[in-house]
Design a protein around this ligand. Structure first.
Ligand SMILES: [Zn+2]
Length: 145
């Protein structure tokens, strides 16, 4: 009998990435503040997922690699702007560069957060029983103390 493995469902993974949720349980929020404002608190993440207990900062400097994801996102934006503006609408090269520069500045908070989200999703996969196991371990911990 064929059983759909939820670990391999790309739709669920995509929704978790778009909503910036935990890669293991797809429920916990990756960032403490859902809004990008205030910008000073843009990078703040909880230590652990409140759904499954996954440690969001597995090791010091973990998110340094997210810079490469951010670079790839910005290259994708450049290619999109190039084909849409320079090739499609045939604007002047300085107009194209100005619009691209402004869009980079305006989208940088989202780029920052999505690069961290994508980077974490590269290393962890969905585990259907993660939340259940985490709650069981919490009950065991509270019964001991
Ligand atoms: Zn989680």
């Amino acid at each position: 009998m064929f059983v759909l493995n939820q670990n391999q469902c790309p739709m669920k993974k995509s929704l978790a990435i778009l909503s910036m949720n935990c890669p293991r349980c797809n429920e916990g929020q990756l960032f403490t503040n859902r809004s990008i404002f205030p910008l000073r608190r843009l990078h703040q993440m909880p230590d652990h997922c409140n759904g499954c207990g996954l440690k969001f900062n597995p090791e010091p400097g973990f998110y340094t690699g997210a810079m490469y994801v951010s670079y790839a996102l910005n290259i994708g934006l450049f290619i999109f702007c190039f084909f849409a503006l320079y090739i499609g609408l045939q604007v002047h090269v300085f107009t194209f560069l100005a619009i691209y520069g402004v869009s980079i500045l305006l989208l940088s908070p989202l780029s920052f957060r999505y690069s961290r989200t994508l980077f974490l999703h590269l290393f962890y996969s969905y585990e259907p029983r993660a939340k259940e196991d985490y709650l069981k371990s919490l009950k065991l911990y509270t019964h001991r103390s």
